[in-house]
Ligand binder design. Structure first.
Ligand SMILES: Cc1cc2nc3c(=O)[nH]c(=O)nc-3n(C[C@H](O)[C@H](O)[C@H](O)COP(=O)(O)OP(=O)(O)OC[C@H]3O[C@@H](n4cnc5c(N)ncnc54)[C@H](O)[C@@H]3O)c2cc1C
Length: 347
């Protein structure tokens, strides 16, 4: 552990305490626009808040690094109110970034992709793949969804796609201006996820846990993703926020070189010779346009936020961004789907 200037850890502790106190003042109903200080907090970016309230270089860098890691956005792009609500949804800063007892504690053996695959297997033919919806038409007795020249009719529709993509759909009855303004102002974060495999988990042999959070390298968050079977070693990590946008504009060979160079910086020359490298650039994924979640700039929550879960005629809104707990996570997506289904059943 490097020696830290005395003031930095002290300010870090104060910062965490202050964030946790301020997020607890937000409504538990996930209506941050109703908070007593909503306008004040939504009138500034997280970066301007940091510059005003955080004084040591270390604590400022910590705040910026945390924002990139949890929202995949730069603090200058995010409203302070949006950031606090994200903390509140994830219970606290510690639980959001924590491994033991925190959001990073568990993983699905074999990968989370199995969840939709197993659900689809149960649903059978009612799942239509490769069918992007490009238009939604509301009628007095139902709603039609148009995709690949096919029209699907239903009494109600639950839209569970990222807001920025919902804004691109053509609606025969235009969405209310306020709702449309919200959808158009909820950009996704930017992230490239990368797995790097080695013949063995060499870092474990040296007593290292494989975890990294860096404030100045491109491949800035890394975890040990190896199975606990003494076999192949796997590191998983992320390039996020501005770095992701910059690296997305390069090619895979350039990104690979950068990632390996960062791993050598963290773990030494053993990291120079992986046996496999797999990357997924979520910024280029046309049906996500980024990850992990949408964020908002100043003014958006207090101007348009109250339309977030408000049905528009026969259209109900789900998706992790509409969750009241764990927005940005699978839990939030699930919770929002149950809530939207209940809304339809209650009509
Ligand atoms: C790299 C990465 C790591 C993550 N790690 C974690 C984690 O460790 N833990 C965790 O809980 N969460 C994690 N998340 C977040 C989690 O994946 C999301 O919170 C969750 O997937 C959101 O679910 P959703 O149903 O709201 O949206 P999505 O999963 O984005 O689903 C939306 C679906 O709509 C489809 N779609 C989009 N547009 C259209 C259209 N026009 N017509 C038809 N279909 C359309 C898309 O193809 C997609 O299948 C991670 C996300 C990423 C990208």
């Amino acid at each position: 552990m490097p020696k830290l200037p005395f003031l930095f850890p002290r300010e870090l502790a104060l910062l965490q305490r202050r964030w946790n106190k301020e997020m607890r003042s937000l409504p538990v109903t996930a209506e941050p626009w109703l908070a007593a200080k909503a306008r004040q907090w939504d009138s500034q970016t997280l970066e301007s808040w940091i510059l005003k309230h955080v004084h040591t270089r270390g604590a400022r860098e910590f705040a910026r690094t945390i924002t990139r890691a949890v929202l995949c956005a730069e603090p200058r792009q995010v409203s302070y109110l949006c950031f606090l609500e994200y903390l509140r949804q994830g219970e606290s800063l510690e639980s959001l970034i924590g491994i033991e007892g925190g959001a990073q504690q568990d993983k699905f053996a074999g990968g989370a992709w199995q969840i939709p695959q197993r659900m689809a297997a149960q649903l059978g033919d009612s799942v239509q793949l490769d069918s992007p919806v490009h238009a939604v038409e509301q009628h007095h007795d139902g709603v039609s969804v148009i995709s690949n020249g096919h029209t699907y009719r239903a009494r109600h529709l639950i839209m569970a796609i990222p807001p920025v993509l919902a804004a691109k759909i053509r609606y025969n009855q235009p969405l209310p201006a306020k709702r449309n303004a919200l959808l158009e102002r909820m950009p996704m974060g930017s992230v490239i996820k990368i797995h790097v495999a080695y013949e063995r988990a060499f870092w474990r042999l040296r007593g290292l846990n494989g975890g990294v959070v860096s404030n100045n390298r491109v491949f800035n968050v890394v975890f040990d993703q190896s199975l606990d079977d003494d076999g192949m070693g796997v590191l998983v990590g992320f390039i996020d926020a501005d770095h992701a946008i910059a690296m997305s504009a390069t090619d895979e060979a350039t990104r690979r070189q950068q990632v390996i160079s960062d791993l050598v910086h963290y773990f030494g020359p053993d990291a120079a010779h992986p046996i496999a490298y797999v990357e997924q650039d979520w910024t280029a994924e046309p049906w996500s346009r980024g990850c992990y979640v949408a964020h908002t700039a100043p003014g958006v929550i207090t101007s348009f936020g109250d339309t977030l879960r408000e049905p528009c005629g026969r259209i109900h809104w789900a998706g992790t961004e509409t969750a009241t707990r764990w927005c940005g996570y699978l839990d939030g997506a699930l919770q929002s789907g149950i809530r939207a289904a209940q809304e339809v059943l209650n009509r």
